[in-house]
Design a protein around this ligand. Structure first.
Ligand SMILES: [Zn+2]
Length: 250
C-alpha cells in the first residue's frame, strides 16, 4: 500500500514538473466562410500571419497556448477568457480598399494590408503576453500594445520600418475618415488615430535617427521632438525587455 502511495506521489510530482516545463504554443486557423472564400485563400497564400506565428514561437516562451483565429465576426481583439486572438476577414479587405483609394496597384495594396495586419497581430500579441505574464502596465494598455508592435517590427524585421510606417499610415487614414472628434473618441481606451500615427512615426525615427533623418524632416519634428523620440524609443525597448523577462528569447 505504502509503495503505491509513493508511486502515485512520484507520478504527481512528475506531472507537475512536466507541466512546469511545457510551454504554450501560438497557432493559427483560418475559418471557412463562403462570403470571404477569396480573402481566406489570399491571406493563406500571403502567409504573413503564418510566418509571424512561427516568429512568435521562436522568440517567446509562452505560458499558455494562444490561438489566432482569422475569420471571426468581431475583432481584431484578444479574448483573455479563451486565450484567443480574433481577426475578421473584413478587417483585411477594409485595409485593402482604403489603400486602393490612393494607389491602384494591386501588389502595393496587398503589401500595405500585410504590413498593417502584421502590426495588428503584434498589437494583440502584446495584450496576450500582458495577460499571460501578468505584466504591470501603468497607463493605457493600448499604447503599450502599439509600442510592442513597433518594437517587434523595428528590432526583428528587415523592412520593419516600412511595415510600421504603413501601419501608421492606416491610423492616419482612419483619423481622416473619422471627421470631427466626439466625446467617445476622447474616452476611448485607444489614443486618437492621429496620436497613434505620430507615436509610431516617432518610434520609427527614434529607432535610428541617422537613418531616418528624412522621415524626421518630413514629419516636421522639432529638435526637441527628435530627442524625445530617441529617448522614448530606447526606453520602450528596454522596458519591454525587462517586462517580458525570461519569456523573451536571448
Ligand atoms: Zn488593443
Amino acid at each position: 500500500m505504502n509503495r503505491v502511495i509513493t508511486a502515485c506521489a512520484l507520478c504527481a510530482l512528475l506531472l507537475i514538473n512536466t507541466s512546469a516545463v511545457a510551454r504554450g504554443v501560438a497557432s493559427i486557423v483560418y475559418e471557412d466562410d463562403t462570403d470571404y472564400a477569396d480573402v481566406r485563400e489570399l491571406m493563406m497564400h500571403e502567409a504573413i500571419l503564418d510566418d509571424a506565428v512561427e516568429f512568435i514561437n521562436e522568440i517567446f516562451t509562452l505560458e499558455r497556448d494562444i490561438e489566432i483565429v482569422v475569420g471571426t465576426d468581431d475583432g481584431p481583439l484578444y479574448d483573455p477568457a479563451i486565450s484567443t486572438i480574433q481577426i475578421p476577414y473584413f478587417f483585411y479587405t477594409e485595409i485593402v480598399e482604403r489603400y486602393r483609394q490612393i494607389d491602384s496597384r494591386e501588389i502595393e495594396q496587398l503589401e500595405f494590408a500585410d504590413d498593417a495586419i502584421l502590426h495588428t497581430l503584434f498589437h494583440e500579441i502584446a495584450h496576450a503576453l500582458t495577460d499571460q505574464l501578468e505584466i504591470p502596465i501603468v497607463g493605457k494598455e493600448e499604447d503599450a500594445a502599439d509600442g510592442l508592435a513597433s518594437v517587434l517590427l523595428l528590432e526583428y524585421y528587415e523592412d520593419g520600418a516600412e511595415m510600421a510606417r504603413n501601419a501608421a499610415e492606416l491610423f492616419a487614414m482612419e483619423g481622416e475618415e473619422r471627421g470631427e472628434l466626439s466625446k467617445e473618441d476622447f474616452w476611448d481606451e485607444h489614443s486618437l488615430d492621429e496620436q497613434r500615427y505620430f507615436s509610431t512615426m516617432c518610434q520609427i525615427y527614434g529607432s535610428d535617427p541617422e537613418k531616418y533623418t528624412a522621415l524626421g524632416d518630413e514629419m516636421e519634428f522639432t529638435e526637441d521632438r527628435r530627442e524625445i523620440c530617441v529617448e522614448t524609443y530606447q526606453r520602450l525597448v528596454d522596458d519591454w525587455i525587462t517586462l517580458l523577462g525570461g519569456a523573451l528569447a536571448e
